[in-house]
Design a protein around this ligand. Sequence first.
Ligand code: ATP
Ligand code: MG
Length: 320
Amino acid sequence: MKFTLEINSPKDQLQAFDCWNPNEIISEFSEVNDSNMNKVLRIHTNQRSVIAKQSRTFVRKFPQIPAPIERIQTEKRFYEEIQKDSELAGFSPRILAWYPESYLLITEDLGELGDFSGIYSQDKKIQQNQIDQLIQYLDQLHRLQPQDFPENLAMRTLNHEHIFKFPFEEENGFDLNTIQEGLQELSLDFKRDEKLKEVITKLGSRYLAEGKVLLHGDFYPGSWMDARKSVKIIDPEFSFLGDAEFDLGVFLAHADFGNQGKEVESALKSNYNNSFDWDLTQAYRGVEIMRRLIGIAQLPLNLTLSQKQSLLSQAKNYIL
Ligand SMILES: Nc1ncnc2c1ncn2[C@@H]1O[C@H](COP(=O)(O)OP(=O)(O)OP(=O)(O)O)[C@@H](O)[C@H]1O
Ligand SMILES: [Mg+2]
């Protein structure tokens, strides 16, 4: 049976799923509005609440943009790998049910915890113990080398376009002055830097190449939930086997936006025990900083033009 999650779906359709306990009755459900890509509902019953996430052939917020529907299969497989590992299992929600023909995954509800996006406006800080946990998580995750993990190539191709290509094209049709007056002109220095672009192109090919270790693939504050004493990790739909340095670099880039780059760097150097290539990490870090400043996937940053300029120059140094 194929089922489409809608906020106006009749309750008895959800109730008809075979994942409920005896005497478990759905009382209400609501849409989780901060999801961009997928349909996410929180379903309350007389016993608990659960999260239902469904992928479609398009981006939820921008239905005219196509998106690979298999992404939820990757997410489910990733959670399965996590669950098998005693150190990682507690970091992510448990899978409760899976309806492959509907591209629908039902997981444990971690609660309305909130994520770490507040670090961009400096309203929030990642606490030291949370930084340590995020590093511990990556340290353990990057030891996993699951067989036959999905390539997730369609999702990677989508990301590749928005990380390594589009932001650096001079004629991409995206007027950065609509984000901040003067940003378009500022971006030209980087868009016209052939040496820089050559290195970024090579890095992009690495991102698309086959790797060995399991990555989260979207390791940024929107994927970390704040459970106060701990952090929880969700949304692994961009995961794949690749360069561990990609997760590390993205983490550092977002820490830079929150002014916590140095703290994360030192936690990484003392608590991340896998061998890794620092220059490659820095290169991914630099590209992530740049694409968030001059690409389409903008962040709720509170920075002046000159602060953006110095971040962009710093990012260029990281890359070269
Ligand atoms: N297991 C869970 N427990 C509690 N809250 C959750 C859970 N899964 C998702 N959420 C909430 O739903 C929101 C959207 O979930 P998620 O990020 O997985 O969806 P998405 O469509 O991939 O979003 P995005 O487009 O931002 O990547 C999360 O930010 C979080 O607030
Ligand atoms: Mg997502």
